[in-house]
Design a protein around this ligand. Structure first.
Ligand code: RET
Length: 133
C-alpha cells in the first residue's frame, strides 16, 4: 500500500484563490495565504493519519482514521464545522467534508516523488503539488 508519511514542501498551486473565495476567506487573509509555501508533515500508521500543514502565517492540524467520521473544526481556515470522513479510493486518500458548503473535500495521491492534493469547495478545484523535503 501507499505510504504518505514524510515531510512535503509545496512547489506549485493552482486556483488556491478560487478555493479560498469559495470558502469565504476574507481578502486580507487570501492576500497573505496565496503567497505561502506550506509544508506538510504526514504520519501514517496503518489506517491512522495525522497531517500537519505548517506555514509562516497559520497552521492546520488534522488527525483521522480511515472510515471513521470525525468532527473537523477548520480552525484558522474558515472555521466552519464539518463531519469529515476519509476513505481509500485505490491508492488515493479521499476526504468528504460534509457541512454548510457543497462539494467540500480533498484528495491526496502520490505520483513519482510528488504528493498531490486536490482541494474542492462548491465549483472550485485547487490542485497543489508537494515535493519530498
Ligand atoms: C493556510 C493559511 C491560512 C489560510 C488557508 C490555509 C489553508 C490550509 C488548507 C489546509 C488543508 C489541509 C488538508 C489536510 C489534509 O491533507 C495554509 C493554513 C486557507 C487548505 C487538506
Amino acid at each position: 500500500p501507499v505510504d504518505f508519511s514524510g515531510t512535503w514542501n509545496l512547489v506549485c498551486s493552482d486556483n488556491f484563490e478560487g478555493y479560498m473565495l469559495a470558502l469565504g476567506i476574507d481578502f486580507a487573509t487570501r492576500k497573505i495565504a496565496k503567497r505561502l509555501k506550506p509544508q506538510k508533515v504526514i504520519e501514517q500508521e496503518g489506517d491512522s493519519f495525522s497531517i500537519q500543514t505548517t506555514s509562516a502565517f497559520r497552521s492546520y492540524f488534522v488527525q483521522f482514521k480511515i472510515g471513521e467520521e470525525f468532527e473537523e473544526d477548520n480552525k484558522g481556515l474558515d472555521h466552519r464545522k464539518c463531519k469529515s470522513v476519509v476513505t481509500w479510493d485505490n491508492d488515493k486518500l479521499v476526504c468528504v467534508q460534509t457541512g454548510d458548503k457543497k462539494n467540500r473535500g480533498w484528495t491526496h495521491w502520490i505520483e513519482g516523488d510528488q504528493l498531490y492534493l486536490e482541494l474542492c469547495c462548491e465549483e472550485q478545484v485547487c490542485t497543489q503539488i508537494y515535493k519530498s523535503a
